[in-house]
Design a binder for this molecule. Structure first.
Ligand code: TGC
Ligand code: FAD
Length: 392
């Protein structure tokens, strides 16, 4: 791959809205991605391998639990810092951001919010340091957009719970040490359980042959009469609202992350347009190419403002789930469209691993599907503004 010459676009001087801490956190993540992610990520994606060597670096830049209090090993940062870290990581690769999203918002968050003090003490510091990696099991083979229909279940056996079922499409599953798993009790109520690798009857086969998110490991979580200790149940929230609450936090991070992927595509295409000569002049001098670039920077700027305002609302604990859905949907859609346009601007070179655009474009096909599809987020907005539920 070409050297990483990334320069972040900031057309509306959004940096002026950031605190010194925001900029320090953002720049540390940006430098780390340039130094430790960019040189290895194309190879990892081509080989379809999650690069475990970056786990320590992710922990060091605060990507595991950015907003989790420091007493539990988190970075104790605000929501805008969290967003900026996700933006920078996804500028490198959506698969790497996936790993951080899952660890922070889908594993650490439920343990922090819904767990006991003992569970927080036991799991959070190890997850924050990357010593343990986590996964989040909500989706099932027959229940994706409709997780409330899940069939994974547990029975109270007196001194333990007996867990049965299967989860599909689970990021980090093949190497996770712990999994936060959502399952129904005998009354059909959804609860979160912490399942640890090594428990008898628990397996995590990897899903192969993905064309997207190739540098992220995806797999299944299979439970065959797994004996889960009673102290591994998350006691402080139950019902579908519990996993959906975690998704709010992860979807918010994706709204920022997608900006990173879009910025990388735009920056690459802009540089290429000034260097590539056709018909005796740089292709950036042709109106059609300028239209593409002008529309890209406009959409990136709008997405940056959306994410920043949402971050302010999150910091004030005022962001609604529907507002988060709008930002996730808009910003991922923005990024995937920019990736497609940017790829065309590079002509044949755009399909190679010499440049990051095709990898971003294929990654974003997963990002637009996971954490609620593009359609599902539109229906969430539709329900919010009309009061009519069009899901069912
Ligand atoms: P519904 O009846 O609307 O709601 C059930 C309960 O949940 C509450 N609720 C929420 N709570 C917190 N945050 C949200 N975003 C919430 N949305 C709903 C709701 O108030 C209710 O509470 P209560 O107390 O009344 O019971 O549920 P529904 O069955 O009609 O479904 C609604 C729908 C379709 C929006 C929801 O199921 C949904 O969002 N589906 C999409 C599924 C999804 O996003 N799956 C993601 C799996 S994880 C993943 O993809 C990780 S990728 C990781 C990576 O690599 O980055
Ligand atoms: P389906 O729900 O079957 O949807 C198929 C199509 O139907 C979609 O276009 C959808 O928008 C549409 N549709 C569904 N319902 C409606 C409706 N009511 N109205 C209109 N259209 C509708 N899950 C986890 O739990 N943990 C993870 O870590 C995780 N990581 C993932 C990593 C990757 C790479 C991928 C691809 C997925 C991951 N997922 C994970 C699963 C992801 O959340 C689901 O794929 C997603 O929620 C969609 O579910 P589905 O694939 O079953 O699609």
């Amino acid at each position: 791959m070409k050297p990483d010459l990334f320069e972040a676009p900031d057309y509306y001087n959004i940096d002026d809205l950031l605190s010194e801490e925001h900029k320090l956190v953002r720049d540390a993540a940006r430098d780390w991605v340039k130094r430790d992610v960019s040189p290895i990520i194309e190879d990892a994606a081509q080989k379809a391998e999650f690069p475990k060597s970056i786990i320590g670096g992710l922990a060091e830049i605060g990507a595991f639990g950015p907003y989790i209090p420091e007493e539990y090993g988190g970075a104790g940062l605000d929501q805008i810092s969290y967003g900026l870290i996700m933006q920078e990581i996804e500028r490198g690769d959506s698969g790497v951001r996936s790993t951080a999203s899952v660890q922070s918002s889908l594993v650490m968050y439920p343990i922090w919010k819904y767990g006991t003090e003992e569970q927080r003490q036991k799991y959070l510091p190890k997850l924050a340091s990357g010593e343990w990696m986590g996964s989040f099991g909500l989706t099932e083979p027959d229940h994706g957009s409709n997780p409330g229909g899940m069939t994974t279940n547990f029975k109270d056996m007196g001194d333990h719970y007996l867990l049965n079922g299967a989860k599909l499409w689970i990021s980090n599953s093949p190497f996770c040490n712990v999994a936060v798993v959502w399952a129904k009790n005998e009354e059909g109520r959804i609860h979160g359980l912490i399942v640890e690798r090594g428990m008898e009857g628990f397996s995590t086969p990897e899903t192969h042959n993905k064309w997207s998110l190739r540098a992220s490991a995806t797999g299944e979580l299979i439970f065959q009469d797994v004996k889960v200790p009673k102290e591994n149940l998350l006691p402080n929230k139950s019902g579908l609202g519990a996993p959906l609450g975690c998704l709010d936090s992860a979807r918010y991070g994706i709204a920022w992350g997608a900006i990173g992927a879009a910025m990388d595509c735009y920056d690459t295409a802009l540089r290429y347009s000034k260097e590539r000569i056709q018909f005796g002049k740089p292709i950036g001098a042709f109106q059609l190419q300028q239209k593409k670039l002008a529309e890209m920077i406009t959409e990136i700027t709008k997405a940056q403002l959306l994410a920043f305002r949402l971050g302010q609302l999150k910091n004030e604990d005022r962001a609604t789930s529907a507002q988060i859905s709008m930002a996730k949907r808009n910003n991922v859609d923005m990024a995937i469209k920019i990736a497609r346009e940017a790829r065309q601007m590079l002509g044949g070179m755009g399909i190679t691993g010499e440049y990051p655009i095709m990898r971003h474009m294929m990654n974003l096909e997963s990002v637009i599907t996971y954490e609620g599809t593009h359609d599902i987020h539109l229906l969430i907005t539709g329900l919010d503004i009309t009061g009519f539920n069009a899901f069912k």
